[in-house]
Design a protein around this ligand. Structure first.
Ligand SMILES: [Zn+2]
Length: 290
């Protein structure tokens, strides 16, 4: 049985989506407290989510409100515990259901992997690549980091790309940015972010090179444009790697740039076709021999 495939499997996406809705519907099992918090530089959504509650331990409670704050802490802790317990239970249900629907899947996966796709995307919780592609374990090899930034000398992403292309023999590399990306929002701001500053440096460099364009757009349009420019920048990094150039030349590896809309679930592929002149220059500069 071929484990890896490109086409979404019939019925899988609908099951996955409904499972996600089940998870969402269980989120308010322990009600969120309406505590107003200051939005972080990464904030791209409502500041009143469960995950963004201000810690009640930051300031010792006064005697007058100690009981209510203690209740809030207990509430928050139990909410976290419940989410973990739900995940473990959902995993058991998912494993059993998947084994019933696809009896060969887990025994086949236990013997190895042969994914056709390498996905490079953002770590954002709203962008789970295998789910949004409607695929299954074994279908997608993955590298994700904050804002899907590709530093040319980064060992982690470089090793993933090398292994996927040269050893697993994937046929497609997808670099995907997404709407409402917190990393992109941070790079469009000017707050100091500690270790995140060097990580987001390539995004700020893209911002610098495209400053006039970005400043001519509305904040929302500028954020989406920087998402796109970041994907195009990352594609250049991918196509400068010897293993990728070899695979393109010898077996037709395809490299795609995409943007995922977290508000609709839709993927959009960018036109990233290179000119003959650009391809020739890239090969001259980066093609190496063993
Ligand atoms: Zn992101």
């Amino acid at each position: 049985m071929a484990v890896a495939r490109l086409a979404p499997r019939p019925g899988f996406l609908s099951r996955a989506t409904s499972a996600a809705w089940d998870i969402s519907s269980r989120r308010p099992a322990v009600p969120c407290l309406s505590i107003r918090v200051t939005r972080s530089p990464f904030s791209t959504s409502s500041p009143l989510s469960c995950a963004s509650h201000k810690s009640t331990t930051a300031q010792p409670p006064s005697n007058a409100n100690a009981n209510s704050n203690t209740a809030a802490k207990t509430d928050s802790a139990s909410s976290s515990t419940d989410r973990y317990a739900s995940c473990m239970k959902l995993n058991q249900e998912w494993a059993a259901q998947t084994a019933r629907d696809h009896p060969d899947l887990f025994p086949t996966l236990a013997t190895g992997q042969k994914p056709q796709i390498l996905w490079i995307g953002c770590s954002d919780s709203r962008c789970p690549e295998t789910t949004l592609l409607g695929m299954q374990p074994g279908d997608v090899f993955v590298h994700r980091n904050i804002a899907n930034v590709l530093h040319p000398g980064d060992l982690s992403s470089s090793a993933v790309i090398e292994y996927a292309v040269a050893h697993l023999g994937v046929n497609h590399v997808i670099l995907c940015g997404h709407t409402a990306c917190g990393g992109v929002a941070a790079a469009l701001g000017n707050k100091q972010l500690g270790i995140l500053d060097p990580w987001l440096l390539p995004l700020r460099q893209v911002r610098e090179r495209n400053l006039a364009l970005l400043e001519s757009l509305s904040p929302q349009e500028a954020a989406l444009k920087l998402v796109e420019l970041n994907v195009r920048e990352g594609l250049n990094v991918i196509k400068q790697k010897g293993a990728v150039l070899d695979a393109i030349e010898k077996r037709g590896l395809q490299v795609h740039g995409m943007i995922y809309d977290v508000g609709s679930g839709a993927l959009r592929e960018l036109n990233t076709e290179d000119s003959e002149e650009a391809i020739k220059a890239r090969l001259s500069a980066f093609k190496t021999e063993a």
